[in-house]
Design a protein around this ligand. Structure first.
Ligand code: EPZ
Length: 420
């Protein structure tokens, strides 16, 4: 297994290109099941999760061409199988996003239950209840979801989500686009990736109102056609590299990053002493003086993103003063804490809240991560630490960060990938 070796202490300076968003690309690829195609997705990131979704769609019968030079994904054809098998779904929970399109288009789907993952049990009950409201019958058997639409196809419904769910909103939105009649999604997630999916569906011929709000109204249409859609820039990748600039005391231009997409992350970074300025090329992030301990609570968009919690905690490890970091979205998203502590961080957590007391310097160490964002928080800590940090299990990183060592070394980091 590859590992990443970092020798810390070098302020970052220069430009980092921000790629297409992983969490937009995955639902957008699933939307390729809905229409008569072809669906051409531009600004496509080259990530392990994109490859996994591609493998699933190919197994379902779609043609999926990934042109890495042109950074496009071209989805064509129609599904010939309606089954998403366990061996793929267990690798990537976002596979459950094929359920809505298959059920809506073909009236049936057999999708493995994703099971839990490192950060939590992550059930899909909200997805299933929404489809039942649209007339589907759902049976759970031998670890699989067996879903069947009513004879005339899924029917539009008024679905009120009891809690905000990105995936459930996306699954329902895709199914509603070609259901009979009108679907109203109340308490919809408002992450920029949802707006991006809605824009792509509109390009395919869908009729959606309320984009960007927590109330979406979808007028089902009979068919969806071909479209070409640029994937929105990855706000979490941008936020991660903003923390990299801040933790090393550097100054970096995040090319293509969009300020509104970062929601409350911008305000929190500014409170912590980081300058975030909007330019016509993206976001310029500079650490002016010392970092101040800043409290944060993760919330659905536009609140502070849970996917930025581990990265911000790494930053607070070297801030002056204390910070209280509360994780409200997932029940087990502090796995980076013990590893940061091995690098000299002073953190105590109990339940959903962690208290971080800043230290002047972290020290490099061999560390190991358990999920994508925990992994990258260790890379950030290594960039600031004295000495050498070795981050093991790099496959976690490859799921969501394209060429991270190349992007960081281009702005001055002493970082290399060592084949394991
Ligand atoms: C998406 O996951 C993202 N993944 C996650 O990013 C992100 O952390 C999460 O949204 C929250 O922003 C993708 O977009 C591929 P949820 P998702 O449904 O859709 C509970 C990363 O690092 N819930 O909004 O699975 C759930 O357990 C990944 O890129 C139910 O109880 O998240 C969680 O506590 C990690 N029942 C909360 O809701 C359901 O049916 C939010 O989950 C669905 C969710």
């Amino acid at each position: 297994m590859d590992r990443i070796v970092i020798r810390g202490g070098r302020p970052l300076s220069g430009r980092i290109p921000v790629g297409g968003a992983k969490n937009a690309a995955l639902p957008l690829m699933a939307a390729g099941l809905l229409g008569d195609g072809p669906l051409v997705l531009e600004n496509a990131p080259d990530l392990a999760d994109v490859a996994t979704m591609r493998a699933l769609l190919v197994q379902l019968g779609l043609g999926v061409a990934h042109d890495r030079a042109a950074r496009t994904l071209t989805l064509s054809g129609a599904a010939t199988s309606l089954e998403a098998p366990y061996d793929i779904v267990r690798k990537m929970r976002a596979s459950v996003l094929v359920l809505g399109p298959l059920l809506a288009r073909f009236g049936e789907a057999k999708v493995s239950l994703p099971g839990g993952c490192a950060i939590g049990t992550r059930p899909v009950d909200l997805h299933l209840k929404a489809f039942e409201q649209m007339g589907a019958t759902i049976d759970l058997e031998a670890g699989y979801i067996h879903a069947k639409a009513p004879a005339g196809g899924l029917r539009g419904a008024r679905v009120i989500f009891p809690q905000v769910s990105v995936g459930a909103t996306e699954n329902l939105l895709m199914a509603a686009a070609i259901a009979q009649g009108t679907t109203e999604i109340v308490n919809a997630a408002r992450e920029p990736e949802i707006g991006d999916l809605a824009m792509c569906l509109m390009r395919m011929g869908a009729r959606i109102e309320g984009i960007g709000t927590d109330r979406l109204t979808v007028e089902g249409v009979a068919r969806l056609g071909p479209a070409r859609h640029p994937i929105v820039p990855d706000r979490i990748e941008a936020g991660t590299y903003a923390c990299a600039a801040a933790i090393t005391g550097g100054s970096v231009l995040l090319e293509g990053a969009r300020l509104p997409d970062l929601g409350a992350v911008v305000r929190v970074l500014r409170d912590a002493g980081v300058d975030v300025a909007e330019t016509h090329e993206g976001l310029k992030v500079t650490r002016l003086n010392g970092l101040h301990g800043t409290d944060v609570m993760t919330e659905p968009f536009p609140g502070f993103a849970t996917d930025m919690q581990a990265q911000f905690m790494a930053l607070m490890c070297v801030a002056e003063g204390a910070s209280m970091i509360t994780e409200t979205i997932f029940e087990n998203r502090f796995m980076h804490v013990p590893e940061l502590m091995r690098m000299g961080a002073r953190i105590k957590y109990h339940g959903q809240s962690a208290i971080v007391r800043g230290v002047p310097k972290l020290s490099g160490a061999p560390v190991m991560a358990t999920d994508l964002r925990a992994s990258v928080s260790l890379v950030l800590a290594g960039l600031a630490a004295q000495g050498e940090t070795i981050v093991n299990r790099v496959y976690h990183l490859d799921r969501g960060y394209e060429s991270i060592e190349r992007k960081l070394s281009a702005v001055g980091a002493d970082i290399e990938r060592v084949a394991g």
